[in-house]
Design a binder for this molecule. Structure first.
Ligand SMILES: [Zn+2]
Length: 412
């Protein structure tokens, strides 16, 4: 009997904390009304949360219409703890430590050197975590969690890397278990595209949009999908692997996933570079030289200067990606599609080719006005998004509809 009572208490306290996180500057009376429990009971829970440092008083509210006493307002204390945010990229491992309000305190980065394999890269990750903690002198006890985003197929529930196609030997690795056992800190892992979608929802273009898709295009192609204000993960959390939709049935281009003719083999950054190199070998005219290293910003510059070979291949790339996005639109009917990744370097000219290709391959008999935009988020959005993702997991807010649930309505 006692055990049940404690459980109920814990649930209530967690729910009170959730409502304070979701509604900054809320009074004890508002919370009591929301949960339909007595004010003294609510106050006892809140005093505990204040003693734990998670909640603080934030001044007085306005007086009631009847001239009653001004209520003390409460807010979540984002300085109560910290989150370590990690981005595993094909080129760079990036690390940040943020407070619980996802403000970056400090960050470091180191080359991934993906060919070294998971064992050495995991050691690099653990060393960098220790380096960051030592650098910031933050107590381990105050680190509530570690968030990780990775470039591939991840079972987020289990924290299992199923497959990182562009990193050597990353298959079936329970990264969550490994990092948790070495650090003693809870770890939460998800795919880069889904984390970027969380970032767009929290502080990007999609803040007020219920249904939208983030398309990440670089070495790989993937999506993060929000449906009805909630991140869609599908069974096993691997929804959105659009890069592996087979687009060319007769293709001889082998994908890392083991199939032929995936969208990724046709219009990723790697496909673009391979296609340009092939034409250079055939002697096609361009300012590029066959043995030159292909820097994406340089390619973007040549695209803007109308280099014929670069224009030909970038246009083809945009058209193919447009077909992929058209398929996404038919499937999810998003209000907006937000593009992330390397191809942003090609600018508005690329975007207009992409929009036209989407229009042509979507429904020709209905009004074609699909809202496709480049992200406006800064470079560090991935790390901040990872911190937001971990925060939602730590406080068990992630399975809630982000905007609606635990929002106090004005009429209650
Ligand atoms: Zn594939």
């Amino acid at each position: 009997m006692k055990k049940n009572l404690i459980t109920l208490k814990e649930i209530n306290k967690k729910n009170i904390l959730k409502i304070i996180i979701r509604n900054e500057n809320i009074s004890r009376i508002d919370i009591a009304k929301f949960f339909k429990i007595s004010r003294p009971t609510i106050s006892a829970y809140i005093n505990e949360l204040i003693n734990e440092g998670l909640v603080e008083e934030a001044g007085k509210g306005s007086s009631t219409p009847s001239g009653g006493k001004r209520a003390t307002l409460l807010k979540f204390n984002s300085k109560a703890g910290y989150i370590i945010s990690i981005s595993i990229g094909t080129n760079l491992l990036r690390f940040a430590i943020t407070d619980l309000g996802t403000n970056i305190i400090d960050s470091i980065a180191t080359p991934t050197e993906e060919w070294l394999g998971p064992k050495i890269i995991i050691k690099k990750i653990l060393d960098s975590i220790n380096e960051l903690i030592a650098k910031t002198k933050i107590s381990r006890k105050k680190i509530f969690g570690i968030g990780i985003k990775g470039p591939g197929i991840i079972d987020s529930e289990k924290g299992m890397i199923i497959f990182f196609p562009n990193l050597t030997d990353w298959k079936n690795i329970n990264l969550k278990e490994i990092i948790e056992s070495k650090t003693g800190i809870p770890v939460y892992i998800d795919n880069v595209c889904r984390i970027l979608a969380i970032a767009e929802k929290k502080f990007g273009i999609a803040q007020d949009i219920r249904d939208f898709v983030v398309v990440f295009t670089g070495t790989g192609i993937g999506t993060g999908v929000f449906i009805d204000n909630k991140l869609f993960s599908g069974n096993k959390g691997i929804a959105g692997e659009v890069g592996h939709i087979i687009t060319d049935f007769d293709s001889d281009k082998l994908c890392h996933c083991g199939n032929y003719g995936c969208l990724e083999t046709l219009c990723s950054s790697r496909a673009l570079i391979d296609n340009i190199k092939e034409d250079l070998r055939k002697g096609e005219k361009s300012s590029l030289k066959e043995n030159q290293e292909f820097d994406f910003n340089y390619l973007a510059d040549l695209f803007k200067k109308n280099d014929p070979l670069v224009v030909k291949h970038v246009t083809e790339n945009a058209k193919l990606l447009g077909i992929g996005i058209s398929n996404i639109i038919k499937m999810f009917s998003p209000e907006i599609v937000v593009i992330h990744g390397k191809f942003l370097a090609f600018g508005e000219k690329y975007l207009s080719i992409l929009r036209e290709a989407v229009s042509k391959s979507t429904f020709s008999k209905v009004k074609n006005d699909y809202n496709i935009q480049f992200t406006k988020l800064p470079e560090e959005a991935g790390l901040i998004g990872t911190s937001v993702f971990a925060f939602e997991k730590i406080f068990k807010l992630d399975n809630l509809n982000i905007s609606d649930e635990y929002m106090v309505r004005k009429d209650f």
